[in-house]
Ligand binder design. Structure first.
Ligand code: AMP
Ligand code: MG
Length: 346
């Protein structure tokens, strides 16, 4: 069923919407193994390595434990903005490939407290994501979680982590940045915080039609990212815009204690994070509200019923970080043999 659906929309996409740019991208990706032969790719991957090492070193100096990332499970993150999950048969049961390991981050809180993993995620993104320069089918996020923390604590780690990556790359990769013709803008914490309402207001003032209650669309985010000259947070999304695991503010019903971190210069979203809902009854109600079948989340709900510590965390995409650091047009330059929606490439 899923395969037929995908085939149908793929044919429709190829027959009706293929532009020159898509054709060019498709041709490039058909032989994606050749991209790695260019000196440019080696330079980009060097910067990526330095950035990942810098983030790891920083987190380890702050007593975070790096875990090996979970890859499959009976359920995965449902809050993935219109992308589809990959489902497969696991000895007679339906299993998923991680779209994000959020549920497992919460599981780690009981024993470990401060954790992160370099988490490979698969998302079948919608076909209109192919040319955004920001969407891959497989990507890696540095995904972290902190027990007993609130979303301001998580934002504080996010801004320090990004500044650390930028500073170390600036210091150690001057030659590489020069080769790429990249000047990374100066950044320092604390980053500005814009509420979701303020972001919408801002966009409406510049003439964009945006609906309250849902995620800010990519082009809106892109515009904000161009207009604000430094990294900034959008905080306090409305309840309908996010998954059941983003915690609702007890004193402001309908408002979530969550955030997105946005890069400047039009590079768009860097990271998403939140304080977690960990109370069994509240999660159950939110699942029902989102049309999720709680029976599918049996292990997770059982874990919540037993009790886990409150926590907060976020995930920052490694390819998008590389794109920002190197000033790339697209994340396809930030990994070996990249996959994007609708294109069959190696
Ligand atoms: P999310 O929880 O969906 O916001 O994902 C966490 C982070 O992973 C995002 O802020 C991005 O940096 C990155 N990310 C999400 N989806 C993709 C994708 N399709 N391609 C590349 N990076 C992604
Ligand atoms: Mg996000």
């Amino acid at each position: 069923m899923l395969i037929n659906e995908t085939r149908h929309s793929y044919r429709h996409f190829m027959e009706t919407e293929v532009s020159t740019e898509l054709q060019r991208l498709s041709q490039l990706l058909q032989q994606s193994w050749k991209m790695v032969r260019t000196p440019r790719m080696k330079t980009v991957l060097k910067v990526q390595n330095v950035a990942c090492d810098a983030m790891r070193d920083y987190l380890k100096s702050e007593d975070f434990i790096e875990l090996l990332p979970p890859i499959i499970g009976p359920v995965t993150d449902p809050g993935i903005r219109g992308a589809k999950q990959v489902t497969f048969d696991y000895y007679g049961r339906e299993y998923k490939v991680m779209s994000s390991a959020i549920l497992y981050k919460q599981a780690a809180m009981s024993g470990l407290g401060k954790i992160f993993f370099m988490s490979p995620n698969i998302r079948l993104e919608p076909l209109d994501s192919t040319l955004t320069g920001r969407h891959l089918t497989e990507f890696v996020q540095l995904d972290l979680e902190i027990a007993e923390a609130n979303y301001f604590d998580a934002m504080s780690v996010a801004e320090k982590l990004l500044c650390e990556a930028v500073n170390v790359v600036r210091d150690s990769c001057a030659k590489e940045l020069e080769e790429l013709g990249r000047r990374i803008p100066a950044i320092s914490p604390p980053f500005k915080k814009l509420t979701y309402d303020e972001a919408l207001e801002y966009l409406r003032r510049v003439g964009l039609k945006v609906r309250y209650g849902v995620e800010i669309p990519w082009y809106g985010e892109h515009l904000l990212s161009k207009l604000v000259g430094e990294p900034f947070f959008i905080i306090d999304y409305p309840r309908g815009a996010r998954g059941f695991y983003d915690r609702e503010d007890d004193n402001r019903p309908g408002i979530l204690r969550d955030f997105d971190l946005i890069y400047p210069e039009g590079f768009g979203e860097a990271a998403s994070g939140a304080e977690r809902e960990f109370r069994y009854e509240r999660v159950l109600a939110r699942m029902r509200e989102n049309g999720e079948d709680p029976r599918k989340y049996a292990w997770y709900l059982e874990m919540l019923r037993e009790g886990i510590p409150p926590s907060a965390g976020f995930g920052i995409g490694v390819e998008r970080l590389t794109r920002f650091l190197c000033g790339l047009d697209s994340v396809i330059e930030a990994r070996l043999c990249p996959k994007v929606a609708g294109i069959h490439s190696p």
